[in-house]
Design a protein around this ligand. Sequence first.
Ligand SMILES: [Zn+2]
Length: 238
Amino acid sequence: MDPFALTGRTGDHVIDVSELGCRLHARAAEALLHMREAAAEEGIDLRVASGWRDFSRQRSIWNAKYRLERPLRNSIGEIIDGSTLSPLAKIEAISRWSAMPGASRHHWGTDCDVYDRDRLEPDAVQLLPEEYAPDGPCGRLHAWLQRRMHDFGFYQPYRTDRGGVCPEPWHISYAPVALDCERELTAELLAQLLDETSHYDHLRIEGYAPLRAHLDEWYRRFIGAVDSPPQTLGSSAL
Ligand SMILES: [Zn+2]
């Protein structure tokens, strides 16, 4: 994938998927439509809350959090007071739940956030851990995904807490394309992106300077420390 697509600055690699109401990489979309059918057979209405996202959308999320216009959350999803945090601590808190613009897996079109429409109205979806707990509205979907998603080439890169991004049971990734993207999204590429965007008001990322100064450490923690797919993952899909 070219560096602009990889960092959400072009969308030539994604297609509109009307059935899912989002944009995705064509291969991920095809696999997801098959998986949705299989889920439907078991009474689960698998829907996408968020598919492909571009740089500017991710930037508006990140910048709003940095400016404390959107709430910051702790590791278990509770809202915290961001006004007392140092710039670096704020970056760390934001990064537990939201990717730096240019570094979101949603830019690739291979990753999406899913929920069970049968149990949760679209405008009620918050993407919080309790919704995916065994007794939560998406608990059944979560259990189904653990059992079946690998057959369709999907896995959860944020399944466990590795000290970087918090566990996100709603976030699934299409391995046959996403693993290549993972390798291509290097710290050097993100350093270049931070440098380039810092020159333009409409592209600038809040917290640019401390992020740039600690980029290697930040990268290891928030990009590198993800779960891998199981070895047995959909050999037919691969
Ligand atoms: Zn996500």
